[in-house]
Ligand binder design. Sequence first.
Ligand code: MLT
Length: 253
Amino acid sequence: MKSLRAILTPAELPGLRQSDLADRLCVVFDVLRATSTFITALHHGANRIIPVSDIAEALAWREKAPQALLAGERHGVRISADLTGGIEFDLGNSPREFTPEVVCGRTIVSTTTNGTLALNACAGAAVVLAGSFLNLTATADFIRHHPAEEVILVCAGTGSSAALEDVLAAGALAHRLASPSAGFKLADSAAIAWRTFLSGEASVAEALSTTDNGRRLLGIPDLRADVAFCGQFDCYPLVARQTAAGLQRFAPT
Ligand code: MLT
């Protein structure tokens, strides 16, 4: 029987990074907003997203690949020239910025506070996916047909703390996967996420607006619409998979 467990806080990421993930499938959730944004960008035709851990790494990519778009946030807002020694990033981390006109065919290099770190912590896994409410069912369908013995739901969190929106999305995926016929054994960590999701299922969009991150974004006029945007279920039916080239839309062969 396959097993399902969850990483609920960023404090668990160093342990995950050091563990043997060779047979594992990891799904990373940073609902507000990194993974929601990357999935939106891929839906709108971005060629690939390269998640990097810090600003210096993003700037090094600008040297290597001058046509790549630089994206990301610090304290929620686009990285500005005063943080980089003079280079303005092209995009922030709002999914609504990643329109087809801006991203179609482009490589995007992104650094965010938690999301890109969580994706990179899973680098040793057999499969790494980016998950969100926006692509929940497509992600569940992919996992159901994948042979990995253990699936790890990785909640990116906020700073060093757990983020409720990530746990809700991990729980929603656990709920999609762990029907009796699907044959998943849930660790306590995955059961916590599942029960959290079931307790707020009727109103995920409303629940997002009460989270620490949701309230922070609602307090920034240009970003407040991101909260409702990221709470939509299944509007982008794609699987976002990390490859050697970066995060890409998975196309079955
Ligand atoms: C993160 O990676 O921590 C988030 O996506 C932050 C944000 O979008 O504001």
